[in-house]
Write a protein that binds this ligand. Structure first.
Ligand code: HXC
Length: 514
């Protein structure tokens, strides 16, 4: 027995070295960690139980029969993060560039199947050149098996992807189906086809980083939800995100202990809204004041910055925040902001995370660019997502709630549970100037002093509509509250809503406008 045990230890020792010490050195020289080092940083110490360490590929073509590595380019298994279970895979670039063979795909599918069966999240650490070219259609089939499982797991268990190297082809479509994509600056890229294919097809000269680096995807395309300078920061941020999530759609996020006897008033909030409606302020300042420990994990921080989304806690409960940002494009809703918001809301609704909406929005963005690119189709995604969501939903209107955007941003009419407004709220079909110029057009133009008439009508309109009281009279607003009391109101509201039950009609699935 002793000899057999020694042999097993020796085999496993070889497996731990992946593609060998030289390839590990190359990985380190590129500023990248190995697949196993990444797992070590991501999960609780000593909690990783590996499976399929001894799997090898079965391809004999193109000389691959002589190159077999234990594990075949991916480390898979189960571990804990802050004591809670997770399934994970970590691709090993030191073995055939982390490319996906039939055996490699089977390993990933095995942990995906188990995660779905037992209801735990999957984290994928991707570092792969895509389908293993030498295996041909077999590796394409392997990707399709993974995509299917990604799709079937969507909304059942959270799925998180980190991109930690040059990921091409199939290696980007699996992460794209998952809930969150993390990237790291300079060493990670995502593209369907690399720069050389781009040059052949479109004659564009572009670097890997320009084509699909972390900046490109976290600022321009929105493919990446998070971008970091180092892998260490990235892995620690995945741990943080994990803390806000339940294990599966039937589970609830962890509720942290909370001392209700502490002072819940935030006097600073009474001073935050500028005296003039056209002067911006930073919604982040309000968000931080409303959350426990002023702690906010922002998602899509640099993409469509006119809408802020992210996670935090209110009175110990995990919440998803959706907030207009008046400091960027006056907080207007455009195509990218609508898509960003809709996706985030649907994630929260899938996983029982209540929604806190902070509203200061002048409306949807006008113009040919937006219309021709489908603001109607994309804006309706945001509306659809709010309408469909059955989690607890609380809105605070801090200033503007104009036009369709009033309806869209979780109004009472689309099942907002508690809708509050600050005294600075302005709730109307449109802003005073636009409205007055339309409804009093004739009166103003025919007046001897049209400027004075305009001022007069503006004053009348502002008095009548640029306030929260007309909506409050009708019960569209549950209460007009003093800003400094908002945090207390929110804590009470979310506690009350904790056991909320609401349902949508039975159907196969809805048909969100895509
Ligand atoms: C087999 C691969 C491979 C692949 C890389 N390698 N990609 N082996 N299949 N797809 C191997 C290389 O031969 C090399 O082996 C080692 O991995 C490291 O690769 P390098 O090229 O030396 O590394 P680097 O310069 O960092 O470039 C990384 C890369 C590049 C950008 C990923 O290798 C590359 O462009 N690979 C091909 C990408 C691609 O087009 N994949 C197919 C996509 S199609 P040695 O032995 O020399 O160390 C696809 C279909 C699914 O995925 C579509 C579903 C919708």
């Amino acid at each position: 027995m002793k000899k057999k045990i020694e042999k097993l230890i020796e085999i496993k020792k070889t497996a731990l070295n992946g593609g060998g010490l030289e390839k590990i050195k190359q990985q380190h020289d590129k500023g990248k960690l190995t697949a196993r080092e990444r797992i070590g940083l991501l999960v609780d110490e000593g909690s990783f139980d590996e499976v399929d360490m001894l799997v090898k590929h079965r391809c004999e073509d193109f000389g691959l029969g002589q190159q077999k590595y234990l594990g075949d380019g991916v480390v898979t298994g189960f571990a804990k993060i802050d004591g809670r279970p997770v399934a994970l895979f970590s691709q090993d670039f030191t073995v055939f560039g982390g490319s996906l063979s039939e055996a490699h795909a089977e390993k990933i599918c095995k942990i995906q199947d188990m995660a779905l069966k037992v209801g735990i999240p999957v984290i994928g650490l991707n570092d792969s050149g895509g389908a293993r070219i030498q295996e041909g259609v077999v590796s394409l089939g392997g990707y399709a098996e993974i995509f299917l499982r990604n799709t079937l797991s969507s909304g059942v268990i959270p799925q998180i992807s980190a991109i930690l190297g040059p990921c091409a082809g199939g290696a980007v479509y699996s992460p794209a189906i998952t809930d969150f994509v993390f990237m790291v600056n300079k060493t990670s890229q995502m593209f369907v086809t690399g720069p050389s294919v781009v040059k052949t097809v479109t004659h564009e000269e572009v670097t890997m980083e320009e084509l699909g680096g972390a900046d490109t995807h976290s600022i321009k395309s929105g493919v990446a939800h998070f971008a970091f300078q180092t892998e260490i920061e990235l892995l620690s941020s995945i741990r943080k995100l994990f803390g806000y999530l339940p294990l599966n759609w039937k589970d609830r996020p962890i509720e942290k202990d909370f001392d209700y006897n502490q002072n819940l008033l935030v006097p600073k909030l009474d001073e935050i809204i500028p005296s003039q409606a056209n002067i911006p302020y930073n919604m982040h300042d309000i968000i931080l004041e409303l959350l426990d420990d002023n702690d906010f994990l922002e998602v899509h921080k640099h993409y469509a910055e006119n809408l802020i989304v992210g996670f935090g806690r209110v009175g110990g409960l995990s919440v998803g925040i959706v907030a207009n940002q008046p400091a960027v494009l006056a907080g207007v809703l455009d195509i990218n902001a609508s898509i960003k918001g809709a996706r985030f809301i649907r994630f929260c609704d899938s996983f029982n995370i209540p929604l806190l909406v902070l509203e200061d929005v002048p409306g949807f963005m006008p113009g040919t660019d937006q219309e021709w690119n489908g603001i109607i189709r994309h804006g309706s995604k945001l509306l659809f997502a709010f309408c469909e969501a059955t989690v607890p939903k609380v809105t605070v209107i801090t200033r503007k709630a104009y036009g369709g955007a009033y309806d869209v941003m979780n109004s009472k009419h689309i099942r907002g549970d508690f809708n509050y407004a600050w005294p600075s709220a302005e709730i109307a079909v449109m802003g005073p100037k636009g409205a007055v110029e339309i409804i009093f057009k004739k009166e103003i133009s025919e007046s001897d002093n049209s400027e004075q008439k305009l001022e007069e009508k503006l004053k009348e309109y502002v008095e009548k509509f640029a306030n929260p009281y007309v909506a409050a009279e009708r019960g569209y607003i549950d209460d007009v509250i003093i800003p400094s009391e908002t945090r207390k109101k929110l804590i009470n509201s979310f506690q009350l809503l904790k056991n909320k039950v609401d349902k949508n009609p039975p159907r196969k699935h809805s048909n969100i406008p895509l």
